[in-house]
Design a protein around this ligand. Sequence first.
Ligand SMILES: [Zn+2]
Length: 122
Amino acid sequence: MHELSIISSVVDSVMESLAAYPGARVKEVRLRVGALAAVVEDSLQFCYGIATEDTPLAGSVLVVKTLPVRVHCVPCGQDVEIESLQSFRCPVCGEPAADLRQGRELEIESIEIEEAEEAVGP
Ligand SMILES: [Zn+2]
């Protein structure tokens, strides 16, 4: 499953970031996902639940932020938001626009952690 491999790499990078904070737990992970990345949020959430079991991420919240597709329109001289993924045309002037500027992102926007409390001894 596409989403599972995405989530595995997300969990891997979060774990790497956590290495600097021994004992810390993750509260929230925010992802930025472009509308063209072809992922289903429900599947991401489902895979996240499985992939974070028995890790410091267990029980944390996954927030998925979908980014609209933006292309650069030459006649208009600006970046415009595509309204329908069926037709890559500038909604302002109607010209075909294929110069993709946003929409394929799949990245971690932020990670919220809870640092370990002061050690009270073993
Ligand atoms: Zn245009």
